[in-house]
Design a protein around this ligand. Sequence first.
Ligand code: PLP
Length: 340
Amino acid sequence: MIDLRSDTVTKPTAAMRRAMAEAEVGDDERDGDPTMQRLERRVADLLGKDEALFFPSGCMANQAAIWALTEPATEVYLDADAHIIHWELAGAAAMSGVQIKPIAASRVVFNAADLEASLRPASKYYPAPSLVCVENTHNGAGGLITPRDELQRIQKVARRHRLPVHMDGARLWNASVASGTSLSDIASTVDTVMVAFSKGLGAPIGAAVAGPKDVMEAVWTARKLFGGALRQSGMLAAAALYALDNHMERLAEDHANAQLLAKAIDGAGGAKVVPPDTNIVMIDLPPGKRTDPIVDAAEKAGVAVSEWSATRIRLVTHLDVTTQDCKKAAEVLAKALSTK
Ligand SMILES: *Cc1c(COP(=O)(O)O)cnc(C)c1O
């Protein structure tokens, strides 16, 4: 099966498993695990932040950042199509007691002007804003990169309203490699940033939050509160370190494969492909067509894809699919889309 459902399906390579097996470990919550400390220092430096903290998952990491940066009964401003809104249950309401304010976007994802327009005037009758979140790359928008100058404009609006900015950067690595902008240059536009090791980097588990020292103390408390403090987690950190050393630059191959898929599929049976910035390809079906028979037909022909909605199919390229696999997948999908 050529599995294009997600970049979470990658399996640790033999070399990564060796690095995990050989990792030097300790009790992370009690003393600090030496391999984990190396990973957290490396990630903080890459992102240009004071400190970083490892998490078992990206969802927990995002939710811990929200907990650390907000007060109950305030509002978090988010893109209407954000992962935090659609794929993390109602975690922000349940765990941080905040209300989500989706920002109406004038284009695909919100920009600084949209944020400015959606911020409520200060009033004792309105909920107070506490946080702005951006997602980069944006999953629901097809791996879209928000350019650094737009992020800077968003940061300016947030600062004017004295609001911190958190970035859901599960695929920030992809944004950096594809745009040629360093991770720290992108992350300088936000206060805290979440990055994931288990997406395109191919580690089996893990994410991190990075940010300023005072905020990271609260992020540590949130991780403990959510049951995410770990013990001999250096084995997981070793996989992430291996991924940073060996799987970062190769993300460019995933992006090239996404381009190849998009070019070969666009127009087949009237389908429209969102031009991919990174490793996610969104296929929008023409009126009258629905995703389920197409997804079924592709699966029968050996290609697994995601039914994103009734009219949208998502493909994600990653380290376990080759260019040859993607050529075959493009043929299968073009055929499935063209069948009446
Ligand atoms: C996958 C993802 C997450 C959550 O990461 P998990 O490790 O799966 O919990 C958060 N944000 C975005 C944009 C993602 O794609």
